[in-house]
Design a protein around this ligand. Structure first.
Ligand code: NAP
Length: 253
């Protein structure tokens, strides 16, 4: 039956940046669909006090600083130790730095590229090696952006990293589809999280953005739950290298 294909019982997922914003909502969506979730955070562990005991029990907080690729192997080892393996990786952790391109610093370039693209690649590589060794295939879901498609302004390293995420999703799909690994992405539109607080607090930019979103409002983190469960599930088994915009219609405007 079709709804059974969306059921993630018996699966385990790593979600990076799962303590806040979009990652927290996607981790919850995957747990509600039945998955055990390694909820990766850097600074503050996720607060799940409002959840049912069943959902709390499916979240397994793990600390890792993904600004350094040296964090990848210990993270994967810890997840395998605690959960016995994993089937799904959601590469969600990401940062942004805003400055005019004329004044943009090397550290603002490197910091963003390291978390958003370099570690995303090496964590995907480690996950795919695990999926091949496990012999059951797997799912990798990369969180892209509207700036995977558009230029933006004052965010050069963010645009470069998210454009890279879109291309890398396609490349990894080409290499790993034949190994029963689905690599796909989600491109969130303008979502109400800490990442966009500065934009939402600027009345001019806020109104400009709202005027351009056909749906007429910012997205909520929960808006991504349907897409992430779909991409993590058997229902998307023939989908490879696709990045789904969840954007209130922004891209088609
Ligand atoms: P957010 O609330 O700022 O969350 C960012 C997450 O990334 C946090 O959980 C953070 O963990 C984690 N992170 C940052 N640096 C890390 C590091 N060095 N090691 C481990 N984790 C790290 O942002 P968000 O809006 O939910 O964004 C989530 C993803 O969606 C990002 O990739 C972002 O680019 C993308 N996105 C967001 C929007 C939007 O409108 N909000 C739109 C398009 C794409 P700590 O809190 O522990 O540091």
């Amino acid at each position: 039956m079709i709804l059974e294909q969306f059921n993630l019982s018996g699966k385990a997922a790593i979600v990076t940046g799962a303590n806040t914003g979009l990652g927290k909502a996607m981790a919850l969506g995957l747990a509600e669909a039945g998955a055990e979730v390694a909820a990766v955070y850097n600074s503050t562990p996720p607060d799940h006090s409002g959840l049912s005991q069943e959902l709390q029990a499916r979240h397994h907080p793990i600390q890792a600083d993904l600004s350094d690729v040296a964090s990848v192997d210990p993270l994967v080892d810890q997840v395998i130790d605690e959960l016995g393996g994993f089937d799904i990786l959601v590469n969600n952790a990401g940062i942004i730095r805003r400055e005019d391109a004329l004044d943009f610093s090397e550290s603002d370039w490197d910091d963003v590229m390291n978390v958003n693209l370099k570690t995303l690649f090496f964590l995907s590589q480690a996950a795919a090696r695990h999926f091949v060794a496990q012999g059951k295939g797997g799912k990798i879901i990369n969180i892209a952006s509207m700036l995977s498609y558009q230029g933006g302004i004052r965010v050069p390293s963010y645009t470069a990293s998210k454009s890279g995420v879109l291309g890398l999703t396609r490349l990894l799909a080409c290499e790993w589809a034949g190994k029963n690994i689905n690599v796909n992405g989600i491109a969130p539109g303008y979502m109400s999280t800490a990442n966009t607080k500065a934009l939402r607090e600027d009345p001019v930019r806020n109104q400009q953005i709202l005027d351009r979103i056909p749906a007429g409002h910012w997205g909520e983190p929960e808006s991504l739950q349907g897409a992430v469960v779909f991409l993590a599930s058997e229902a998307s088994s023939y989908l490879h290298g696709c990045t789904i915009p969840v954007d209130g219609g922004w891209l088609v405007r």
